[in-house]
Design a protein around this ligand. Structure first.
Ligand SMILES: O=C(O)CCC(=O)C(=O)O
Length: 298
């Protein structure tokens, strides 16, 4: 459990960072698994169900920017999401109906070239019948201002749902020329083992890692059990319920008066958020140095 003042902070600002939720043993085990999975991208020539590759990836010199749905690929990521202290916090933040896993991803920002993620709201990707959803960022490395931490615009979860379209198609990013005051951005920093929690409507993004330190962030998306997805409706109740990590099966969605803009028509480049965002016109975060090297033919 976290103190009531932390819950109040989350409600007011849309995020909270809780230190030291994962112990050193789990951290080393997770890092070891990630190193092995990344090594498995040697010889891989294109994005797969597991790998989202950096633009500068080469089969003989693997550069992986994301492991997709890691909980489906290794048991350690299923264990981490069921850490009892984490589940208790989720119950506090998401309410009495229970907690369901919506998805997971592991964004690997390698030193020097780890890719930026443009400003967006997760809600633009997966609107639900109510907005009691959040993402947990498990810091697998120390997160500091210089290694591309997640950055959030406090309080923006209470504001509008921004347009994430460009030229008539979903692009998974907010035009940097919009009215968001980026100077208000707060970096979510902490020791490895800390976890951040951000509301599904909170505006967030992150810069390229230009430091010499890695920044591996394991992200889980969780929904209140009575929040039902609108863009990809649940059609198989048993599969849907298999993702419950607290609470019981629900077939009565809670409907809230929440603003929704559907992620349609889909982005010209489907796949990860990084791919979706390639169709935006103007980027906010610079891509520099080693991240700019042209990829070799593959
Ligand atoms: O890895 C990051 O810093 C940003 C993560 C994020 O917002 C996303 O993948 O949707």
């Amino acid at each position: 459990m976290i103190p009531e003042r932390d819950v109040a902070f989350y409600r007011e600002h849309g995020y909270v960072v809780v230190p030291d939720l994962l112990d050193g043993e789990m951290l080393s085990a997770a890092r070891q698994v990630i190193a092995e999975l990344v090594e498995g991208a040697r010889g891989v020539t294109t994005h797969t169900d597991l790998y989202d590759l950096e633009p500068t990836h080469r089969p003989e010199a693997p550069r992986v920017r994301r492991l997709k749905t890691p909980h489906l690929h290794h048991e350690i990521f299923r264990r981490i999401m069921r850490t009892p202290r984490l589940v208790e916090i989720l119950k506090q933040l998401l309410g009495p109906s229970g907690v369901r896993l919506h998805g997971s991803k592991l964004n690997i920002k390698a030193p020097q070239y780890g890719s930026p993620v443009e400003w967006h709201q997760d809600w633009a990707f997966y609107p639900h019948t109510n907005d009691d959803l959040l993402a947990v960022g498990v810091m697998l490395d120390d997160c500091a201002p210089e290694n591309g931490p997640l950055m959030v615009i406090p309080g923006s979860h209470k504001g509008p749902v921004y347009d994430h379209h460009c030229d008539g198609f979903f692009c998974g990013a907010i035009d940097p020329a919009c009215d968001i005051d980026h100077a208000k951005a707060v970096p979510l920093v902490g020791r490895a083992g800390s976890m951040s929690f951000h509301h599904v409507r909170l505006v967030h993004g992150s810069a390229q890692n230009v430091s010499d330190k890695p920044r591996q962030l394991l992200l889980y998306e969780f929904a209140a059990a009575d929040a039902f997805p609108l863009a990809k409706p649940a059609t198989d109740l048993a599969a849907f319920d298999a993702n419950l990590i607290a609470g019981e099966s629900v077939v009565t969605p809670r409907l809230a008066a929440v603003p929704v803009r559907m992620p349609l028509p889909p982005a010209p480049r489907q796949g990860s958020i990084y791919e979706n965002q390639t169709s935006m016109r103007a980027r906010y975060f610079a891509i520099t140095g080693e991240a700019k090297q042209p990829a070799m033919a593959h």
